[in-house]
Design a protein around this ligand. Structure first.
Ligand code: CUA
Length: 323
């Protein structure tokens, strides 16, 4: 008995302990996520009060010898608890819920970001006001704090869903359609997002980091991101072009101009590899290039296992230097 109770207690504690972290709705750092948390907290408290009241009523009735409650109490329960309370509470919650929705679709201020769900990675294009063309990046979203940014969502061949729980709600990505949402990050930091709609073999391996920067830092970053790469000469570069990597990947400032895979222009400056599932480290990058499909099933990136250890290392080093 005591053991069972302890086990249940531990289970609840460990569950509650898992509620925080970069991918948690409870680690809210965006205006919309904070608003949603408030709504959730009120609903949770309400549900707890309701649960306790109903149990109280249940005990009250079952402990009575006559086996039924007084007529007066029964009427109060049916009219008050069964009709009035739900109508008032649900109407208030509906009104509140509807009132916070328009914010999450509100137009941004200046910057737009277009995110396209691919298999299984994210194409990210920044469209600053008045710019000639988009600044293309991949697998990481950077946003300025204190400003609302409009996010246009698209999808390649199959449906996906964009969700960074710490910043705001979730919105589906549908092939052939553009869906819209906006985010207003408040606290700088790194938040993790995850594809939230089953999209194939590697759905679970489709994540991204959303990095929120102070306004000035963001402007500097975007300027650097818009600039072409400054690739080093050497064997790594030779291997990249010999193996035909440029047919799928773009590195602005070099002849590599493929659009099938992620843009690698400033690859080395990103916080993660392979759409948020590997650390940006040499060993991880080497195993990814050698056999991406072994890490991410059905990924379109072919295996380059025929390259020698030294060649893989040179290639990885060259890519890492693209900052
Ligand atoms: Cu993309 Cu699930």
């Amino acid at each position: 008995r005591r053991g069972q109770r302890a086990a249940v207690g531990l289970l609840i504690l460990s569950g509650a302990g898992g509620c925080h972290g970069p991918q948690s709705v409870f680690s809210a750092g965006g205006a919309d996520a904070i608003e949603l948390n408030r709504l959730f907290a009120v609903m949770l408290v309400g549900a707890v009060i309701l649960w306790i009241s109903l149990n109280g009523l249940f005990f009250h009735v079952t402990r009575r010898r006559t086996g039924h409650m007084s007529r007066k109490l029964a009427e109060a329960v049916i009219i008050g608890g069964g009709i009035l309370l739900p109508v008032v509470v649900l109407t208030a919650l509906l009104a509140w819920g509807l009132s916070i929705m328009p914010d999450q679709r509100a137009p941004g201020e200046g910057l737009r970001v277009r995110i396209t769900g691919e298999e299984w990675w994210w194409r990210v294009e920044y469209l600053p006001e008045g710019a000639a063309g988009p600044v293309i990046s991949a697998n990481e979203l950077r946003l300025p704090a204190g400003r609302r940014t409009e996010i246009e969502l698209q999808a390649g061949r199959v449906i996906h869903s964009f969700w960074v729980p710490g910043l705001g709600g979730k919105t589906d990505m549908i092939p052939g359609r553009t869906t819209r949402m906006s985010l207003e990050p408040v606290t700088p930091g790194t938040y993790r997002g995850q594809c939230a709609e089953f999209c194939g073999a590697s759905h679970a391996l489709m994540a991204l980091n959303a990095v929120v920067l102070e306004e000035g830092d963001f402007a500097r970053w975007l300027e650097a991101e818009a600039a072409p790469a400054r690739p080093e000469e050497g064997e790594g570069r030779a291997i990249f072009f010999r193996e035909g990597c440029g047919a799928c990947h773009t590195i602005r400032g070099t002849p590599a101009a493929g659009a099938v895979g992620p843009d690698l222009t400033h690859f080395g400056s990103r916080t993660s590899l392979a759409a948020g599932i590997l650390p940006m480290e040499r060993a991880a990058l080497v195993s990814w290039i050698a056999n991406a499909g072994a890490i991410k099933p059905e990924a379109q990136m072919p295996a380059f296992a025929h390259l020698s250890k030294t060649e893989l290392d040179r290639l990885a080093g060259w890519l890492e230097a693209l900052e």
